[in-house]
Design a protein around this ligand. Sequence first.
Ligand SMILES: [Zn+2]
Length: 354
Amino acid sequence: MPTVEETVRDGNILFKINSIVGSQPETFQADENEKLAALEAFLGFLRLQGKETKALRVARVLAEDTRERLNEGKALVAYNSVNVAEMAEHPVAPERATAWLAKIWSNLEERLEERETGIQDVARQAGLSIYAWPRKTLGAGGAGNNSTYDIEFLKLPASDAEPTALAPGSIAYVQDLTLKPAFWLRRLIRTGFALKGWRRIAFLVYGIGGPAVVGTLLVLLWLALTTQSARIPTGDIVTLVFFAAIVGLLGFAFLSPFWRLIDLRIIMAPDLLLSLRERGVQLEASKEPAGDGRHVRVIRLVRYSGRCPKCGETVHLYDGRREFPGRLVGKCDEHPAEHVYSFDRFTKTGSPLR
Ligand SMILES: [Zn+2]
């Protein structure tokens, strides 16, 4: 795994936050009970994801079979692509299984990368020191031949927030997704947008320069209207006022999230930043350790979710609107009007608001 310095030197603008923290996961000799608990946490996390994709299904069957072997006291084994296809109940000819799984696995790696924090969070909340992680081991044959697949157990990286004891009726949230933003922003944000160097300046220019530009445009329009109103036909005035309204509205739409993010540290992500299929996503400006003992603020798209303590359905975050101004609240998918919880970004917990 490259260090931060190496990545930056290679000309990559952005780097993975995990490598800043410097807590490279390591395989850990855990006892069977802890492995079982880690598998339970992993499977519980997968259930939070709603609709199951093929990739997540492969991860689930690997974890389930590993859990079964542990329960029966059998030794853990690695599976080949034919085994995995069977377990996932995917009808594929044995000679085609390798190609089928190779494609799914690269998709799974992408999905897992977005969910790593969440998978670690559920294990941490369960009081564990390890977490379960699907692994592909390349075979000696090369070209994906004879590759094997299993679940490995990795040591949890150290975390700022110790797991808080949950009061009865309270909810524990996990950051279940760290998203890739919409394609046009992807190059800019990728896994994090650290506010350092030129990016810090770009952010400030956007936040301070933006209102200045919008303000100047509006003043110019106002001047055009007041100084020459006698000569301007009514139709033109209407057009100008209309134009001013559009500029004002666009300015507000683009800039208000910026100020709200600075103010609140976490807001619901503007739709503009998201792909169409993603909803319930937050824009978070979080403090990350920068390695040299200082902190850097990182802006990223994340999604928090949890399990409703009342009915067991998934809880997603929403803007508190008029009832809970300036706050994000968790609402259960099945009973959104009644099962409402507060949301504390630091402890990742919430208590009932109804
Ligand atoms: Zn509920």
